[in-house]
Design a protein around this ligand. Sequence first.
Ligand code: ZN
Length: 299
Amino acid sequence: MKGPVKTYMSGDPVSISPGASALEAFEAMLDRGIRHLPVIDGSGHVVGVLSIDDVRAALPYPVSLRQPLAPTQRDAALELRVGEIMTHDPETLGEDATLAEAAECMAARRIGCVPIVDEHGELAGLLSETDVLWAVATAGGAHRSANAPPGALESLVAELTRERERVRARLARRLAEEQSLEAQTREEPMDQAERGADVTLVAESIALDELAVKRLAALDQALDRAARGELTVCARCNGPIAIPRLRALPGATTCIACARAQALRCAPCAVAPATAQSRALLAARRSARSSASHLGSLS
Ligand SMILES: [Zn+2]
């Protein structure tokens, strides 16, 4: 691990002003999939650091970097200023500090990131725990240029591909189960007690299957977009879609800023079309349900 921290830091980090609202800060974190924001004053000097843990600790409800705040939660977050909840006058390091110095500073003070400043004391970059770990992982190797670690997109696509295989296999298994159950029910109707005991379990697994069908459609869509090289490109503004957003919502075709603008303007957008497999499962279920209700009306 040779070289100064400026080799490993994320340059040109997203920053925020102390007078901004906690909502603005949270949305910047959500949008970029980052956990820390340097806070700078009007002259570019670092006056604070805000972490997602600070936001979490300050807001009177659970906050996750995987989903936007509900409309009712936004009000509370709008009232809080970044300057009220950030760590003031944080430890900073110069661009020529070594990685070892940075790691020691972070460990000794139990902090997750250090703002890196230039010779004028202005923000030059941000070094996070993840940056340090990447430096160790690539030991003296590649220079990092973007916010995304090397191979982040490739590993997302590999992850989504594996998930698609698992969901497909599960749905195929469920389809087979439903079909055999349907045949069975036709041959030997269940008695009242058996049916009662089954109802809760069936309702639960139907709900899960429906979610799995939706997830599969989203995964299909994501992998199609990845094959065309469009996965991380927002369909509305051509800006980047953050990797964590795609991990949570593979079917997302817009960045979070566009998604929010759209949500304010119109009703929920159309759901991705179902695949042939999911259509078959839904059809099997409908027919199983109608034979069940037919049996029910006989008893
Ligand atoms: Zn966009």
